[in-house]
Design a protein around this ligand. Sequence first.
Ligand code: PEP
Ligand code: MG
Length: 589
Amino acid sequence: MQILQGIAVSPGLAIGEALVLDNEGFRIPRRFVNHDAADIELDRWAKSLKAVADQIAENRDQIASELGEEYGAIFAAHLQMLRDPKLNREIQALIKDHQHSAEYAVSKTLKDYAKVFQSLDNRFLAERANDLFDLEKRLLGDLLGQARQELANQEDPAIVLAHNLTPSETARLDPETILGFATEVGGQSDHTAIVAEALEIPAIVGIGGLLTSIVSGDRVIVDGDQGVLIHQPDEETYQRYQNRVRERAELAQELIPLVEQPSETEDGELVKLSANIEFPEEVKSCCDRGADGVGLYRTEFLFLGRDEDPSEEDHYRAYIAVAQALYPRPVVIRTLDLGADKLGREESQQSGERNPFLGVRSIRLSLRNLSLFRTQLRAVLRASALGNMRVMFPMITTLQELRQAKLVLHEVMEDLEEQGTPFDRDLQIGIMVEVPSAVMLLDRFLPEVSFVSIGTNDLTQYALAVDRGNKDVAELYRASDPAVLRLIKMTIDSALARDVPVNLCGQMCGNPLFSMLLIGLGLRSMSVRPSALLEIKQIVRHLNVKDCEEVAENVMAMEGPREIERYLSEELRRRVPKAIARRHHWVQD
Ligand code: PEP
Ligand code: MG
């Protein structure tokens, strides 16, 4: 049994067989071949061995002539490893005697060799493991080159293990067959994580070296609550997890009656609970779980997996489906937040920005691509005639940006008016508060908007200078950092003082750990992933405002995120013992 710690990004548990994707996203099925087919696999292996050896020899000659013999020698060493008769014998034996596919036999044998190198107490030899991974990659590239299978066609239930999954690859995972996933890179709030939450697929990211020891077919457990991946669990661990799966299902059942109950504290204070969605299909789960509306519709996900920009009709159809299903509850459409890791438009990919999170992202991108922006706004406005819609601009940093965005909206309104197309003339306009400058200048923004929504995912990264998608700085990325909490408090205080409704739609809101604190800071409107709605409602119904205010006061006097999280965890355990049974991924030991 091997236990690997990563970053929990989508809660839940999954137990099943690993399906390993190599660095280029190939699938490596264990696929037992029958005796007759073994010859075919042996032949495939022999051909790949030759093709890759030729490739390497060519690289060796080319590099030696361009840079000198000593550089060519790197490839000569690879060639020597590849031509090692022992390696060949072992791979052939796995195919012949164990009926494995050629891909699997290659992957397993080279990984086993690499493990031996890595375990040696010799840095030079340990580094040779990378040469073996390189060889494995070349061989798989050749073997799978023609036979690349789409994950979407996966038929047997599996747990995907990959170096990385992009948000669009994640969006194509079918939750019916993909029970969970884990990746080597990634961070707590990157958009792969957000898609996993939307699909309710348990997920862990940031497990460096994950693919070095696990092969397809191995049994693994993804514990998306605690960010732990267990490889080849022993019997006791396996049984313990089976019990936890059962307990989770029972707890989920217990929450169902809450759908009909109001989201209010013990002392009768209403806390509006809306949902964050990425795909129109999620509206069903919002309705089933009694959401008070959609507090954040991340419309940029309409762009996923498309070669062309969505048309006005594509936008319209998506918005109207959500707005009508939830009517009269409000739906906040956030205009496109493209750029950075969200994908994905060709121009931004090609621009090679050095700091995409600080570059042409979000409202900046919309204001530079006015036809794209207008297309979306036309669709939002047309849908507003039939639903209770609101529009929200993301990543607003300056007043000028807000004014420009409003100007474009008003121009689009005038066009529609001229054409006699109906829309809601009183459409409420709001902004995300997710850049520290917006917090600092909020008193200037507030008179120009109908509502604000705090985006703690970005506010945390921009306040602390920590990339939300980088596992190597994940320790620093904490919404519970006192600096972030002060920014949240300033925003809530400022909005309440001017009677402007304030919501919070960052991921921290879906974490029970923060419910008391946020209510204590005066927040009465939260927007969370649909799967967290009932869990948070259950917590809210066990709290009273006075206690929450006391908790918030204590937290604001504390010095660091660890202390704050520990304290909040204890308070939650004390006041709502049930909540802690579903230990959430943000509650870290
Ligand atoms: C946020 O930044 O907190 C937010 C809700 O937006 P996104 O995660 O889509 O950037
Ligand atoms: Mg954001």
